[in-house]
Design a protein around this ligand. Structure first.
Ligand code: HEM
Ligand SMILES: *[C@@H]1O[C@H](CO)[C@@H](O)[C@H](O)[C@H]1NC(C)=O
Ligand SMILES: *[C@@H]1O[C@H](CO)[C@@H](O)[C@H](O)[C@H]1NC(C)=O
Length: 324
């Protein structure tokens, strides 16, 4: 008895060691990652995001979206921030991003402010995660502890960006399967989609919904048509608010709009269109605190998507280009 239990102890100890060791090499993200190396980090970022939002309230939405478009394309690795060069095609010109994602100058300003206080320490991927948290919080939404320790990619993929971020014509099933492929649940999908409680979309992305779809409130469709002409190509960049009531406040009115069939995008209304997510939309529309709690769960999970850690990747000096 004694000898058999002591002989099985050794393989178990070895296995435990192996698991711990491997856990160490794919290091976990942790909220206190920069606790000693950059104590001024959070204050520096919050101050800069606050100023940017005071200049233009929509900027908070644009900055939050950058974190999403970073994480959904090969993980949260800062790849979305890389500029094209004559020999390199990045993600900024990919279909979901071109003429659409914005806020890069603000990210540059924040990066240089952080480089002033702790040079060469904080990754651009982590900055996007902190900036997203500050944007949500400053616009009246929840606050959460951001996990950190991501490093920056030395590559980006236009092709991956084209296929990884779902288009606004997507069906509920298409959205859910894309999220599922990343380990995000249907509940995460509906909660994260609540990010559309802030920000704007371009006519080219909602034209078909306001002219052709039937699951839309008639007077709401008319109101949006007034600033989005029917012929393709005319007024493509005219903006409409994703949340018809309060597009600069991070609240749950977005879900109330879905109940009234006042969604701007086809894919928005898919979340409340007689399917299996209706009940989740209903619960968020009546309880802001439930929405906040699930949004926080979802965005932390999204922020965990395949980060580069340990000795992978690098800490970029400038977010628009890889280090020399
Ligand atoms: C998965 C389904 C999603 C689809 C199909 C989708 C689609 C879109 C589209 C088409 C726009 C307007 C872009 C334009 O017209 O230029 C937009 C804007 C926006 N999206 Fe999403 N989105 C999705 C999920 C998310 C998630 C998960 C987040 C963040 C957590 C997010 C945050 C935003 C924000 C904040 C804006 C407004 C940006 C601004 O005003 O600059 N979206 N989205
Ligand atoms: C990505 O989409 C853009 C715009 O539709 C297209 O021009 C480009 O060729 C696509 N890139 C790849 C690598 O598929
Ligand atoms: C509406 O649908 C028709 C028929 O499918 C199509 O020809 C037209 O281009 C669509 N219009 C818009 C604004 O999407």
């Amino acid at each position: 008895m004694a000898s058999s239990s002591s002989s099985s102890f050794i393989p178990i100890a070895a296995l435990t060691f192996l698991v711990l060791f491997m856990g160490g090499s794919t290091a976990q993200l942790t909220p206190d990652f920069y606790f000693e190396s950059c104590p001024q980090l959070f204050f520096t970022v919050r101050y800069a995001v606050y100023n940017a939002i005071m200049k233009e309230a929509r900027m908070g939405a644009s900055l939050l979206r950058l974190h999403f478009h970073d994480c959904f394309v090969n993980g949260c690795d800062g790849s979305v921030l890389l500029d094209d060069t004559p020999t390199f095609k990045g993600e900024k010109t990919a279909a979901p991003n071109f003429n659409s994602i914005r806020g890069f100058d603000v990210v540059d300003d924040i990066k240089s402010a952080v480089e002033q206080v702790c040079p060469g320490v904080v990754s651009c991927a982590d900055l996007l995660a902190i900036i997203a948290r500050e944007s949500v919080s400053i616009l009246g939404g929840p606050y959460w502890s951001v996990k950190l320790g991501r490093r920056d990619a030395r590559t980006a993929s236009q092709g991956a960006a084209n296929v990884s971020i779902p288009p606004p014509t997507s069906s509920l099933n298409a959205l859910a399967s894309r999220f599922q492929a990343l380990g995000l649940s249907t509940r995460d999908l509906v909660a994260l989609y609540g990010a559309h409680t802030i920000g704007q979309a371009r006519c080219t992305n909602f034209r078909a919904h306001i002219y052709n779809d039937t699951n839309i409130d008639g007077s709401f469709a008319k109101m949006r048509q007034a600033n989005c002409p029917k012929p393709a190509g005319s007024g493509d960049n005219n903006l409409g608010p994703l949340d018809y009531q309060t597009p600069t406040v991070f609240d749950n009115t977005y879900y109330q709009g879905l109940l009234q069939k006042k969604a701007l995008l086809h894919s928005d209304q898919e979340l409340f269109n007689g399917g299996y997510t209706d009940s989740i939309v209903q619960s968020y529309s009546s309880s802001q605190s439930t929405f906040y709690a699930d949004f926080v769960t979802g965005i932390i999970k999204m922020g965990d998507l395949s980060p580069l850690t340990g000795s992978n990747g690098e800490i970029r000096k400038h977010c628009r280009r890889v280090n020399q």
